[in-house]
Design a binder for this molecule. Structure first.
Ligand code: SF4
Ligand code: F3S
Ligand code: FES
Length: 250
């Protein structure tokens, strides 16, 4: 099949490209099973070597190639062209400063990530026998879904609340906080819940639900946000989630 790509371009170092503009590329002999990332590579290698985009693993793991493709956030390496048709429009994810073409500045996103203390906190001495801190499978199931996050930013940059106010901590950071708040071995829940109850925390979420379908890892983002809101109202994560009611995703 033949496919027409319409790509948003921008290069602040070139006077004639210092304002964003659209550029069209025609590709022939495209296979239905080609992924958008492969076709961006073809454009870069065969037609315009200046086209800039991030990618690394090509297998949906590193999270570096989030883009807005035909109006929806996705990882370019996971999206097959047969699901898009012969016209494909690609632009940078929204709400973050554009550095060049499809590359955005991820630092504001990672600032929000760091603000929720996305690491294990436990000041108790390590077990005397030197083994790991044990946890039941039921308790692990409570937050297991949130551990699948690859920090691609598809959720946060599809959220209208984030577009309206870039200070909103955003769904990705809340998912990361959820992963530790509901881990019964962690002791930092109180600090994280306090941080997320600030004006730019979870309450900026208006349950718009763009984030959940945007997640390439199938994370129940809006549910996680709701559980964090409940924990803030209750003052503690305990008892919010019944492990027996959890659906475990493979
Ligand atoms: Fe990406 Fe999903 Fe993590 Fe959001 S929750 S950053 S969409 S993997
Ligand atoms: Fe935004 Fe998702 Fe909430 S799209 S408003 S973070 S439910
Ligand atoms: Fe790594 Fe797509 S290139 S997730």
């Amino acid at each position: 099949m033949d496919v027409t790509f319409r790509i948003r371009r921008y290069n602040p170092e070139m006077p004639d490209q210092a304002k964003p503009y659209w550029q069209t590329f025609e590709l022939k002999d495209v296979q239905e099973t080609d992924r958008v990332l492969e076709l961006l590579h073809r454009i870069k290698w065969e037609q315009d070597g200046t086209l800039a985009f991030r990618r690394s693993c090509s297998h949906g793991i590193c999270g570096s190639d989030a883009m807005r493709i035909n109006g929806r956030n996705a990882l370019a390496c996971k999206l097959l062209v047969k699901n898009l048709g012969p016209k494909v429009q690609v632009e940078p994810i929204l709400g973050l400063p554009i550095k060049k073409d499809l590359i955005v500045d991820m630092e504001p996103f990672f600032d929000h990530y760091r603000s929720v203390m996305p690491y294990f906190i436990n000041n108790d001495p390590v077990p005397a026998d030197g083994r790991e801190r044990l946890q039941s499978q039921d308790m692990q199931n409570i937050y297991a879904n949130s551990t699948n996050c690859i920090l691609c930013a598809c959720c946060t940059t599809s959220c209208p609340s984030f577009w309206a106010n870039g200070k909103y901590v955003g769904p990705a950071a809340i998912v990361q906080a959820h992963r530790f708040i509901f881990d019964d071995r962690d002791q930092g829940a109180k600090e994280r819940l306090e941080a997320l109850s600030e004006p730019d925390g979870v309450w900026r979420c208006r349950t718009i639900y763009n984030c959940t379908p945007a997640c390439p890892r199938g994370i129940e983002v809006t549910r996680a946000i709701g559980e964090v809101k409940l924990a803030i109202m209750k003052g503690s994560p305990e008892g919010i989630i019944n492990p027996n009611e959890i659906t475990v995703h493979s």
